[in-house]
Design a protein around this ligand. Sequence first.
Ligand code: SF4
Length: 419
Amino acid sequence: MDFDRIKEKLSILADAAKYDVSCSSSGSKRKNTNKGLGDSSGMGICHSYTEDGRCVSLLKILLTNHCIFDCAYCVTRKSNDIKRAAFKAQEVVDLTISFYRRNYIEGLFLSSGIFKDADTTMERLIQVAKKLREEENFNGYIHLKSIPGASDELMREAGLYADRLSVNIEIPTKSGLKLLAPDKNHEDFMKPMKKVKNEIIQYKQESRIIRSTPKYAPAGQSTQMIVGATGESDRDIMYTSNFFYKNYQMRRVYYSGYVPVANDPRLPALGTQVPVLRENRLYQTDWLMRFYGFDVREILNNDYPHLDMEIDPKLSWALRNREHFPVNINRADKSMLLRIPGVGLKSVNKIIQARKFRKLNWEHLKKIGIALNRAQYFITCDSRIWEKNDYSSDRLKQIIIQNSASKFRKDTGQLSLFS
Ligand code: SF4
């Protein structure tokens, strides 16, 4: 093996893969069998935090950064003058096994530019996963990128080897896709997603009857959207996410702030800041939809097509819907507790447990860990009213921003997802 060439390929193809953020995952139940290598059961992924809070690592690479397409937002586009490389399937297998044995990684995230056509590329991705599973008896985590336009048969095969499959929709609207990737067809993304969804359902049903039914993509499917490359509103982005969650059993939608990679009048200029805060607000909205019982239309609609960058979306909703507050912490049902700004999912569960034994007051709530700098204006409990709450919503927003600014004055700048 030419180690210098492999090293060079690794540096090119790992660098090219860094723009894909759709690699954190959890929920796979693949067990180590036959004294094989690795065990991805319950494990998350990829220098990233899993939903259960653990940080895990993946070998995250492209099979090749050659591509026949010219998507304007992508560093791998064919018109970009960059160094190109391609791994052979066996080289990726050898790298994965050798990194795994050295304890550098717990799995593989494999994506690719499109070699010749969708099926040829998908076949090579599957070849890597198949070799890992069948020849190396590798039971670690494998996340395979599904290539838009790949045939149903290949998508079926991919799910038998991979823990997770993902097709990146990239641009949230059809018009944006047409503008930036005119060679691509919206349907090419939908077809493999639909196939994966149907296979997941079918394999699950079969496994209830035949216990030996193999697992199909046990960690489900995910997708990624680029934020800020075109003029989509936050409403456009989140309505698209909502569509995927509802219709394609999507496990996760990832939001990736556009990193300017091209001098192109259709795109933000080189040097434009990556919209990190917007990305964070979209994730918060995503959580409100998935875990807090919000309908996306309550947060974003024709009157409010954009998220407020100054405050989190739950607080923004509460300030627009003051008639629902104050909420009595000792009596309200779970769905209403979840809507109080500054009260997270864990705190809600703790409140429900604790109030079985006593009426809760401010001190109890502080100990439970709710963010009183926000919550105090929206709740009552077994204490005197903290502060007279007859401010206008605009005034209250400013007070809360000031409170938060003083609380986090010494903050490191790390954005928290929720509280
Ligand atoms: S098809 Fe994928 S890899 Fe190729 S240019 Fe478009 S986004 Fe990049």
